[in-house]
Write a protein that binds this ligand. Structure first.
Ligand code: FES
Length: 112
């Protein structure tokens, strides 16, 4: 297998129901990872361009589901299933979906 140009780490961490922070798995990250993998494969990007991996908590739970994109070193947040095709199309063009990119303030846990 080739060393891919990019690795997309989808947080699939799950916390018990009712945990105030919530978790990406509880917000649909498992399905998100599956769809990302499926679309990368379908577009012929999975072998060289990008691999969809799972990850434990990326520490921006309140902005989840999150995806860390490396080596570009940015994170997508609040990603829904409907966003996945846009992410893959942008990746194909060497771009990113700006409206989903987390900003510095998104990494601060909101005060209760
Ligand atoms: S549970 Fe996904 S970022 Fe923490």
């Amino acid at each position: 297998m080739a060393h891919r140009k990019r690795y997309l780490f989808v947080c699939v961490n799950r916390r018990p129901d009712g945990t105030p922070k919530g978790s990406c798995a509880a917000r649909g990250a498992i399905e998100l990872h599956a769809k990302l993998k499926e679309l990368l494969e379908a577009r012929g990007l999975a072998q060289v361009e990008a691999r969809a991996c799972t990850s434990s908590c990326l520490d921006a739970c309140w902005a989840g589901p999150t995806i860390a994109v490396e080596p570009d070193h940015f994170m997508y947040g609040r990603v829904g299933l409907d966003d996945v095709s846009e992410i893959v199309e942008a990746l194909e063009r060497g771009e990113r979906v700006e409206r989903l990119v987390l900003e510095a303030r998104d990494f601060d846990e909101p005060k209760k």
